[in-house]
Design a binder for this molecule. Structure first.
Ligand SMILES: C[S@@+](CC[C@H](N)C(=O)[O-])C[C@H]1O[C@@H](n2cnc3c(N)ncnc32)[C@H](O)[C@@H]1O
Length: 271
């Protein structure tokens, strides 16, 4: 575990945190009453959120498997979340036990549970970095202690970019992602998902407002804004699409049948 040694794990239970709210929607137990309260408030305005969380988690698992089956052996996952099995390293090392995985998240509760993420295969490696995605220098430097950035890496930010603003908000999320992608070797992949207002603007507008009022800035993005993350990369089929439609497997059919969820997903390759 890196970036954490000097960091005392202080869990703030006075306000909701995205990782814990998402954990509540996934049916997890690593959340507090403030998280449950916000999770329920958002559920009341956006009835798709429970299956949206499940569909999003399934996308991460499918995209990771597809990347591993395509030969990727190195994975950098930023905005990892509280462990919920199967975790990314279990999927990647299930395909190729020698796969190397580096996780990064900035939430102290994810750090507290990171032990659960570090029991990977004996042949591969799994590491955890406690850091903010807005600090690419730190994340890439620490990730380079176990990943070889001269070789392809699957970089995933799944359900993370909607917590990051645009240039006008001081984050410049598109510029930030470009910094990461520019660092990657040809053959690397970019795996992304994020909430969109396109499909149900009123509900998503209210959900975003609930997030903001609780202290978490939230930025749903249109198809065009989300697609721009993949500029200069080769989008893999089926392109940018609502998350449950991205290469669904038989166990996704039930979630798909419940209806579309307002989360876009896409996977692209750097040539
Ligand atoms: C909705 S969860 C998604 C978890 C996982 N990627 C998945 O899709 O199942 C978003 C995660 O991003 C993390 N996160 C939010 N803002 C972040 C930031 N600025 N830097 C690093 N991680 C962040 C949260 O702590 C949380 O764990």
């Amino acid at each position: 575990m890196t970036g954490s040694d000097a960091t005392p794990v202080r869990i703030d239970t006075s306000r909701p945190h995205p990782a814990r709210v998402y954990d509540w929607w996934l049916g997890g137990k690593d959340n507090y009453p403030v998280d449950e309260e916000l999770a329920l408030r958002i559920l009341a305005v956006d009835g798709t959120v429970l299956r949206g969380a499940r569909a999003n988690r399934r996308f991460m698992q499918r995209a990771t498997r597809v990347a591993a089956e395509a030969g990727l052996r190195q994975f950098l996952d930023i905005g990892t979340g509280i462990p919920t099995e199967p975790n990314l390293h279990q999927v990647a090392q299930g395909v190729a036990p020698g796969s190397k995985v580096v996780y990064a998240d900035n939430d102290p509760i994810v750090l507290r549970h990171a032990e659960a993420l570090l029991h990977g295969s004996a042949e591969g490696s799994t590491e955890y970095i406690h850091a903010d995605v807005r600090d690419p220098d730190t994340i890439l430097r620490l990730a380079a202690e176990s990943l070889d950035f001269g070789q392809p890496v699957a970089l995933s930010l799944v359900a993370l970019t909607h917590y990051l603003g645009d240039a006008a908000d001081g984050d410049d999320v598109h510029g930030l992602l470009k910094r990461y992608v520019d660092f990657l070797a040809p053959g690397s992949w970019l795996i992304l998902s994020q909430v969109t207002p396109d499909l149900n603007p009123e509900a998503i507008g209210k959900a975003a407002e609930h997030f903001r009022r609780s202290g978490t800035p939230f930025y749903p993005r249109s198809l065009a804004e989300f697609s721009r993350f993949f500029d200069g990369l080769e989008l893999l089929g089926p392109g940018v699409i609502p998350v449950s439609g991205w290469r669904p497997e038989p166990e996704d059919v039930a979630v798909q049948a419940e209806g579309i969820v307002p989360v876009y997903a896409g996977v692209a390759r750097k040539s």
